[in-house]
Design a protein around this ligand. Structure first.
Ligand code: FES
Length: 207
């Protein structure tokens, strides 16, 4: 934790990280926080901004991109079987923060019949729901479309296609890298992130 101590008289005073400041604010003043002229509320806002840009972590829920002001975590049944992908962002439910501070956090949900998935793929799905980065690995456009005939994710910029049943492998370029996959599980009936992206999301010059 980024925390250190200074002495300003008889009582030591902690200078807290934004994360610590927020937790302290939630504990209603369990410690005195000072630093850079920011109030606890201001540091809490900084913490929220930082959290919104962090990549998804295990335990995050998923909420609709551009959805309601009160984010509603999705269940597997919210993703239609074999249909156009649903665009979502991870949601830090404990902190109440949607991780929409970076477009690299946008995720596509596709639901396939779990019986038709290889075990290695099924293990990263939640009731057949698979999650992928929504940012094309070619030049970074949004991957937003669905090719029904191939059951493939499609980027309209240069028509790369990716196979969700093979963990995002390229069916047709110019992209050369798979779409990063985000492992999911079901927890308390809700879609829940089970780990980190399989690779860094976004485009690379070589892709
Ligand atoms: S940016 Fe997606 S195919 Fe080029």
């Amino acid at each position: 934790m980024n925390q250190r101590r200074i002495t300003t008289g008889p009582m030591p005073v902690r200078i807290c990280s934004p994360d610590q400041a927020r937790r302290d604010a939630l504990r209603r003043g369990a410690c005195a926080c000072i630093g850079a002229g920011l109030s606890a509320a201001g540091m809490g806002a900084a913490w929220a901004n930082e959290t919104a840009s962090q990549r998804p972590v295990a335990g995050d829920r998923l909420v609709l991109a551009g959805g309601d002001e009160a984010p509603r975590p999705l269940a597997p049944s919210d993703v239609p079987l074999g249909a156009k992908p649903v665009q979502v962002f991870p949601f830090d439910a404990a902190g109440g923060v949607v991780r929409d501070g970076s477009r690299l956090n946008k995720v596509l949900l596709v639901r396939l019949d779990p019986a038709g998935l290889d075990p290695a793929v099924r293990s990263r799905a939640a009731d057949g729901v698979l999650a992928f980065s929504a940012v094309c690995t070619h030049q970074g456009c949004d991957v937003s479309e669905w090719n029904e005939a191939e059951r493939a994710l499609l980027c309209f910029c240069h028509f790369s296609r990716f196979d969700p049943a093979r963990l995002g492998q390229v069916i047709a370029g110019p992209a050369t890298r798979s779409l990063p996959n985000l492992p999911l599980k079901v927890d308390s009936g809700l879609l829940t992130v089970a780990g980190a992206f399989s690779a860094a999301p976004g485009a690379k010059a070589s892709g």
